[in-house]
Structure formats: structure tokens, C-alpha cells
Design a protein around this ligand. Structure first.
Ligand code: SF4
Length: 86
């Protein structure tokens, strides 16, 4: 399976890729979602599509829709939370 077409520009990875404490988690997520079978069920992709673009997706949202460990979903908008459930 080809890599997700958004991998090179995905804000989630751009934001955290230099953080040594998160590199292992990011690699696991990328293998499972962005380079693997689950890229079609990526919640970031779903929210981006529903809300008109990746700029509207919280940067700390993992591809599984949860906030990255050590971060919170408190600031996520109602529109984001609704789009996640679509
Ligand atoms: S997190 Fe989702 S949108 Fe971003 S590169 Fe991975 S599969 Fe694509």
C-alpha cells in the first residue's frame, strides 16, 4: 500500500517529529496508519475532509482521533468533535 498522500505535509508529524520523547509513538502510528492499512480510517483525514481542509484539524490529534499523550482535547471545537463522529 502506498503511503498516505498527506504524510509529507501532515501537521501532526511536522509538529512532533523532532520531539525525542515522542518519536517511538509517532513511528508506530505512521506504520499503522500513514504507511499501513488504516490510513483510510485516519480520523485526521476524516475531520479535514468534513471541515474543509487540514488547517481545521487540531495539531495534537493522532490518526486514531485521540490527543497525543501529554496533550489534551480541551481546546478542540465542537465542529471538530462533531466531524469525528461522522
Ligand atoms: S495522520 Fe492521517 S492524514 Fe496524516 S499522514 Fe497519517 S494517515 Fe495521512
Amino acid at each position: 500500500m502506498a503511503d498516505c498522500e498527506k504524510l509529507a505535509t501532515c501537521a501532526f508529524f511536522k509538529e512532533y517529529q523532532e520531539d525525542e520523547s515522542k518519536k517511538l509513538a509517532l513511528a508506530g502510528l505512521a506504520n499503522m496508519y500513514c504507511r499501513g492499512d488504516k490510513q483510510d480510517v485516519c480520523v485526521r483525514k476524516k475531520v479535514s475532509k468534513a471541515l474543509g481542509g487540514p488547517v481545521n484539524v487540531p495539531v495534537n490529534m493522532m490518526p486514531n482521533g485521540q490527543p497525543l499523550a501529554g496533550t489534551s482535547s480541551d481546546g478542540w471545537s465542537d465542529a471538530v468533535k462533531t466531524a469525528m463522529k461522522l
